[in-house]
Design a protein around this ligand. Sequence first.
Ligand code: NAI
Length: 304
Amino acid sequence: SEAVAGGVLGPVGRDRTVAVVGTGTMGQGIAQVALVAGHPVRLYDSAPGRAEEAVAALTARLDRLVEKGRLDATAREAAVGRLYAAQDLGELADAALVVEAIVELLPVKQQLFADLEKVVGDDTVLATNTSSLSVTAIAGGLRLPGRFVGLHFFNPAPLLPLVEVVSGFATEPDVATRAYETVKGWGKTPVRCADTPGFIVNRVARPFYAEALRVFEEGAADPATIDAALRECGGFKMGPFELTDLIGQDVNEAVTRSVWESFHQDPKFTPSLAQRRLVESGRLGRKTGQGWFSYAEGAERPEP
Ligand code: NAI
């Protein structure tokens, strides 16, 4: 019904519902983007009360945008009116696009999409925000794997423009195009790529972290010095140590591990023992107040 001349589907219309499953960090960010773009948005999370919390958090974020003059009060009212916390997956039945941002575990994601396929229409586009799992593998058990695509947003999703639109082995080109056009219409800067471990950004960034960790492990320089050198001379906004403190050492290590495993333990991607120690001791970065650097309350800048 939405096919246009030439058979290529256009972007998902603004009047069509976008569902976001998993309303943590990424789900909330993606929901905000779709909501501000004008879609009715339905949120679902398996943890009781989490979707309602996300509605409250998103409403507060919209209020801040109004305070800052980046959203007018009428648009805010309308957006809040389009936001809905679903109690079960069945309430997502009329979604034209479902974006999944749940826990990064293959069997859990596969189960979710198997359940979703029982409730949504055959023309609903199903998307995953996975950063390190195979899009092809997540879609493996689907009845209609052609409508499945990766939509990899970066954190914080409302601020960072890049979205990797990832085609799995079975993804129909029209579906990838439709996903691409949709996020472009949301003001994002999508890029298309095929499904390989780490896609583009997470793969190319691996040596940035890995070599910095090796320089540190060999005793050549401390984290603050390596960060400073890469900021000053490398033109990076953040050095690898402060950046992984922001991402979370556990999250960063898990992505490295996943890329390493996917390439049959290619030594190029070997995870770092120094980073392992940090993760084991709970020094996960900003979120725990300590990683490579300390983020004690009131500290002007992180202390090594
Ligand atoms: P999070 O832990 O903040 O949120 C995950 C949410 O999913 C939680 O609210 C949890 O209750 C819910 N959930 C878990 N299992 C569920 C299920 N079976 N059905 C429905 N809800 C379920 O996680 P975060 O950081 O938002 O990550 C979500 C996804 O996005 C992961 O696949 C992750 O790899 C990916 N991602 C994360 C980025 C980041 O920087 N945090 C960046 C890009 C992608």
